[in-house]
Design a protein around this ligand. Structure first.
Ligand code: SF4
Length: 438
C-alpha cells in the first residue's frame, strides 16, 4: 500500500509549477497523491516567502496539523521559499514539522519523507544549487487548456525588498531544446496556451539563445494557440523581444511590467536598476510598436521612508501609463533581505493601507474605463472552462489577459477553442458578452 501525500501550494505560478515537479518525483518513488487531507500519511505545504498573508496561512495550517498529529501519525513537510528563507529556525520553533526542503533540493524529498515515515527522523535539505533546473523531470500537470514551463530559475537582481535571490539562488537557464521538446509534447497532449515562467524570465540566456529567440521558437510550434511569459524585469527588454510581442500572431499582446514605485529615490532604494524615465521610455517603445499591447504591473506602497509626495509620483505614473491591471501591495519586510538589514520599515501600517486603497481605487477606475471602450466590439477569447460564479457560463481570456464571461446556452464551444465574443457589458476586471458563431 503506497503512502498517500496531500499537497497545498501558496504564492506564485512558479510554486504551482514546482508542485507539479514534486508530484512527479514522489510518484516515481512509489508515493500516491491524494486530494483528501484526511487520507494522507504525509501533508506538504509548498510555501511562499514573498507575501505576509501566505506566511500567516502556513502558520495556521501548521497549528491544524499539530492537532491532527495528536490523534494519528502524520508526517508534515514544508517546502519552497519559506523553508529556504527560515531554514532551521522554522524546524526549531515548529516541532510539528518533520521535513523541510528548499526549492533546489526537491530530488531529496522522497528519501527524507521515507526516513520520516519509517524512522521518525527529521529531515532538512536547503542547499541552493548553481545548476539545478529539473530539466529531466516532466511535471505532473493537471489536464486542461493551460500549461506552464519553467525556462529559468533563480534571480541575480537582488531588489532590496525581495527574498527570491536568497530562496531560489542564482539565475540559471534550461537548455532550449529540452524546453521546445516539452512544448511540442504539450501541444500533442492538447494544451493550447503555454506560459513561459521564470523569476526573471526575460534574462533567459543559454549559449546563443536569448529570451526573444526562445519565445518565438515556442510560439512557432504547431498546435499552440497562445504563448505568454511571466515575470519579466523592465531592464531586460531588447527590441527583438518587443518586436516579437508586437508581430507574432501567437504571442499574446500583453506584457507584465512590474514598476514597483514611481519615485526615483524609492526605485534606487529598492535596487530596481531603472528610473521612472527609463520605465516610461520603455512603455513608449512598447506602445509605438503596438498601441493595443496591454500592460499590467506590480506596485509596492509604503516602502521604507516613502513620503506622501513620493507616493504621489507612483499615483501619477499609474494615471499616465493606464495599466490594464495592477497587483498593489503594502510593503512588508521579509527576513534576510537587504531592506530588512539596511532600512527601517518606518511607514505606519495605516498609511500603507491608505495608499494601497487610493491606488486600488484609481486602478479600478482606469480598468473600468478601458473595458467600457470594448462594449460593442468583438474580442477573440480562448475558452478555458466554467465561470467561477456559475457552471451555466463559460470563462476565458482575451490576448490582453482580460477575463471574459458569457452564457453557455445556445453556444457551440469547448475548452481550448478560440471563439469570438461580442462585448455587452464591463466591470473593472471582466467583460460580459455573447458568443458569435463563426
Ligand atoms: S527581479 Fe527583483 S523582485 Fe523580481 S525576483 Fe529578482 S530580486 Fe525579486
Amino acid at each position: 500500500m503506497p503512502y498517500h501525500v496531500y499537497m497545498e501550494t501558496f504564492g506564485c505560478q512558479m510554486n504551482e509549477y514546482d508542485t507539479e515537479l514534486v508530484r512527479t518525483l514522489l510518484k516515481q518513488s512509489g508515493f500516491a497523491i491524494t486530494q483528501e487531507q484526511q487520507r494522507a500519511d504525509v501533508v506538504l505545504l509548498n510555501t511562499c516567502a514573498v507575501r505576509e498573508h501566505a506566511h500567516s496561512r502556513v502558520y495556521g495550517h501548521l497549528a491544524e496539523f499539530r492537532a491532527i498529529k495528536r490523534q494519528r501519525p502524520l508526517v508534515v513537510g514544508v517546502l519552497g521559499c519559506m523553508a529556504q528563507n527560515l531554514k532551521k529556525e522554522l524546524l526549531d520553533t515548529q516541532p510539528v514539522i518533520d521535513v523541510l526542503v528548499g526549492p533546489d533540493a526537491y530530488r531529496r524529498l522522497p528519501e527524507l519523507l521515507t526516513q520520516a515515515l519509517l524512522h521518525q527522523e527529521k529531515g532538512l535539505a536547503v542547499d541552493l544549487s548553481e545548476y539545478e533546473t529539473y530539466e529531466s523531470i516532466v511535471p505532473d500537470r493537471t489536464p486542461g487548456v493551460n500549461a506552464w514551463i519553467a525556462v529559468m530559475r533563480g534571480c541575480d537582481n537582488f531588489c532590496t525588498f525581495c527574498v527570491v535571490p536568497y530562496t531560489r539562488g542564482r539565475e540559471r537557464s534550461r537548455d532550449p531544446h529540452s524546453i521546445l521538446d516539452e512544448a511540442r509534447s504539450l501541444a500533442d497532449q492538447g494544451y493550447k496556451q503555454i506560459t513561459l515562467l521564470g523569476q526573471n524570465v526575460n534574462s533567459y540566456r543559454y549559449e546563443n539563445w536569448d529570451f526573444a529567440k526562445l519565445l518565438v521558437a515556442v510560439a512557432d510550434i504547431p498546435g499552440i494557440s497562445r504563448v505568454r511569459f511571466t515575470s519579466p524585469h523592465p531592464k531586460d527588454f531588447p527590441p527583438a523581444l518587443l518586436e516579437a510581442v508586437a508581430w507574432h500572431p501567437r504571442i499574446c499582446r500583453h506584457i507584465h511590467l512590474p514598476v514597483q514605485a514611481g519615485s526615483d529615490r524609492i526605485l534606487a532604494l529598492m535596487g530596481r536598476q531603472y528610473t521612472k524615465r527609463d520605465y516610461l521610455t520603455l512603455v513608449e517603445d512598447i506602445r509605438r510598436r503596438g498601441a493595443d499591447i496591454a500592460l499590467s504591473t506590480d506596485i509596492i506602497c509604503g516602502f521604507c521612508s516613502e513620503t506622501e509626495e513620493e507616493f504621489q509620483e507612483t499615483y501619477r505614473l499609474v494615471e499616465e501609463v493606464q495599466f490594464q491591471s495592477a497587483f498593489i501591495f503594502k510593503y512588508s519586510e521579509r527576513k534576510h533581505t537587504i531592506a530588512a538589514r539596511k532600512y527601517a520599515d518606518d511607514v505606519p501600517d495605516a498609511v500603507k493601507t491608505d495608499r494601497v486603497m487610493r491606488l486600488v481605487e484609481l486602478q479600478k477606475s482606469i480598468a473600468l474605463a478601458k473595458n467600457q471602450t470594448r462594449i460593442g466590439q468583438s474580442v477573440e477569447v480562448l475558452v478555458e472552462g466554467n465561470a467561477k460564479k456559475s457552471d451555466q457560463q463559460w470563462m476565458g481570456h482575451t490576448e490582453e489577459n482580460i477575463t471574459v464571461v458569457w452564457e453557455k446556452h445556445g453556444t457551440i464551444c469547448a475548452p481550448g477553442d478560440l471563439v469570438t465574443i461580442r462585448v455587452e457589458d464591463a466591470s473593472p476586471s471582466t467583460l460580459f458578452g455573447t458568443w458569435l458563431p463563426e
